[in-house]
Ligand binder design. Structure first.
Ligand code: AHG
Ligand code: MN
Ligand code: MN
Length: 337
């Protein structure tokens, strides 16, 4: 009897990919599966956020002075927990933790990867039923396997990511991850509790109609950024427009839409915050990696995001990411800054 089943689960897909490399150990597949398990647990809580007493501020403030929602902490603990108990991860960095965490037990010390993540991105949107997400980034450690991992393992430029991905808790829940070989998206089938390959080999269209920026900060941006935004507003049929402005305040949702449909996302520096708001290691680097693999580009206005040498876990950077042709046009304005 032949079973004609076309849809691959996340596990089936990663194992299939691994088999193409005879020397692969399966550690990355195992790590991606661990992340999927934590994502499913977070998904359950996100879906009942309006029902249980998990909404609202936890009453604490994170290292960056922002209010922490209870789901941020729950998500942080889930991702940290699966990675600590798995066999692939020597340590983590998280938006919700002041410093890197070195797991330092026998199995973790023998693992070859470190992971950095934003457990819940867009968490200000939880209370109002808008899509939120998780972002993660995977590096091969540079320290010796068998020993505890070290700070330098985490402070590698984004170009050295082995994999990066995000989970979007939206109208459906999707897990998208990239390796150098491509970007693939998996939608959670709630009936079987598995992520199923729904968006194979995602490519970012070279151009689009959407620009995403916080217009409320317009007068805080540099003159060249403002000039570019004005150009977006003035586009018409003669020069690729008209453009539409879409900005929901969850980068995962904004960049996911632009990745699928074409578009550009901007979080520029402002007069009082020249490095903007977004964090290099666990927000910008993963998206820069994913979008570049899909054919797009990501910069800080001058440099390729993936070439920045990080110096600290929570460092911020201006962030511009999206369709290649739109990014090329943006360059002609920002290079003047
Ligand atoms: P987080 O919830 O992890 O702190 O991140 C929210 C981020 C990002 O998702 C979003 O694009 C941006 O903050 C929105 O910031 P503004 O409200 O300043 O536009
Ligand atoms: Mn975030
Ligand atoms: Mn967050």
């Amino acid at each position: 009897m032949t079973i004609n089943r076309k849809i691959l689960t996340l596990d089936e897909f990663t194992i299939q990919q691994m088999r193409q490399f005879p020397s692969a150990t399966g550690e990355l597949s195992s790590l991606l599966r661990d992340i999927g398990l934590a994502a499913k647990r977070v998904n359950v809580e996100v879906n009942k956020a309006g029902l249980v007493d998990i909404l609202g501020d936890a009453g604490t403030v994170n290292i960056q002075g922002e209010d922490v929602k209870k789901l941020d902490i729950y998500a942080n603990n889930q991702f940290m927990g699966v990675l600590q108990h798995g066999i692939s991860c020597a340590g983590i960095g998280s938006e919700e933790l002041d410093d890197f965490v070195v797991f330092d037990d026998e199995i973790s010390n023998n693992s070859k990867y470190v992971v950095q993540f934003d457990p819940l991105d867009g968490s200000g949107n939880i209370d109002v039923n808008i899509s939120i997400g998780t972002i993660f980034s995977v590096y091969r450690r540079i320290s010796e396997v068998g020993q505890p991992c070290v700070k330098e393992d985490f402070l590698q430029p984004g170009s050295r990511q082995v994999a990066a991905g995000y989970i979007i808790y939206g109208s459906s829940t999707m897990y998208v991850y990239a390796t150098k070989r491509g970007v693939n998206g998996f939608t959670l089938d709630p009936a079987i509790g598995e992520f199923c390959l729904s968006h194979p080999d995602i490519k970012c269209p070279p151009s689009g109609k959407v620009y995403s920026v916080n217009h409320g900060n317009f007068f805080q941006y540099t003159i060249n950024t403002r000039e570019y935004i004005n150009v977006c507003q003035k586009k018409d049929k003669t020069n690729g427009g008209p453009y539409t402005q879409r900005y929901i305040g969850s980068m995962v949702a904004d960049v996911h839409r632009n990745l699928m449909k074409g578009g550009i996302f901007l979080y520029p520096g402002t007069l009082d915050k020249p490095n903007g708001k977004l964090r290099l290691l666990y927000e910008c680097n993963p998206f820069a990696f994913i979008v570049e693999i899909a054919g797009g580009r990501a910069t800080d206005g001058k440099r390729r995001i993936l070439e920045i040498e990080p110096t600290e876990l929570h460092q911020r950077t201006p962030f511009f990411v999206g369709s290649k042709d739109m990014m090329d046009e943006l360059d002609t304005y920002l290079q003047k800054d």
